[in-house]
Design a protein around this ligand. Structure first.
Ligand SMILES: [Zn+2]
Ligand SMILES: [Zn+2]
Length: 183
């Protein structure tokens, strides 16, 4: 699908951007993410760009989850979110989220990244540029756990399915408390 068909596309062009920080490169691909985890669409195909989100979860300095998902799939996921979860998360973010477009401390509680056992970082990208505004940001394990608890059982089930589909394997038993906020 071409990004030009995405009705949200014009807002992206109004956002400021800067070169993608290498911390948002894929650990497994040893370079920038190239394809959507869900639809496998390329983020850059010739002169056509598909905006995408990156989420990386660390325990200490080790990457345990990395996800790059295109804007279309992400919008689709959000539309499937239960109303209860959506309202709870929206309210929480409206009250607590205060990103200053950096990943040095938690966007919710301001705890420093190097003081966290586990945390996730998020960026909203276009090719090898990342948009600056609400993203990039970091969320610590404690705040992500609070957000996880706001999700309805239905949304949690959906989240488990997503993680199972993309991160299955006996060696990968990830504690759901450590999931990044997919929604
Ligand atoms: Zn996709
Ligand atoms: Zn926090």
């Amino acid at each position: 699908m071409s990004t030009d068909q995405n009705p949200e596309r014009p807002i992206f062009t109004q956002l400021e951007s800067r070169p993608l920080d290498p911390v948002f490169h894929s650990f497994y691909q040893a370079g920038p993410f190239t394809n959507c985890i869900e639809c496998k669409e390329r983020f850059v195909a010739g002169s056509s760009y598909l905006p995408y989100l990156i989420m990386k979860t660390y325990v200490h300095t080790e990457v345990i989850i990395e996800i790059a998902i295109c804007w279309n799939c992400r919008s689709q996921m959000q539309s499937e979110l239960s109303q209860q979860s959506e309202q709870s998360i929206r309210k929480f973010l409206a009250e607590k989220f205060r990103s200053e477009a950096h990943i040095e401390s938690c966007a919710v509680c301001n705890r420093k990244r190097d003081k966290c056992r586990s945390y996730s970082i998020y960026a909203f990208c276009n090719g090898e540029e990342m948009f600056v505004g609400q993203y990039p940001f970091m969320a610590c394990d404690q705040c992500e756990e609070v957000m996880q608890e706001l999700l309805s059982d239905e949304t949690r089930g959906w989240q488990d399915d997503f993680m199972d589909r993309h991160f299955s394997g006996p060696s990968l038993q990830i504690d759901p408390k450590l999931y990044p906020m997919l929604i």
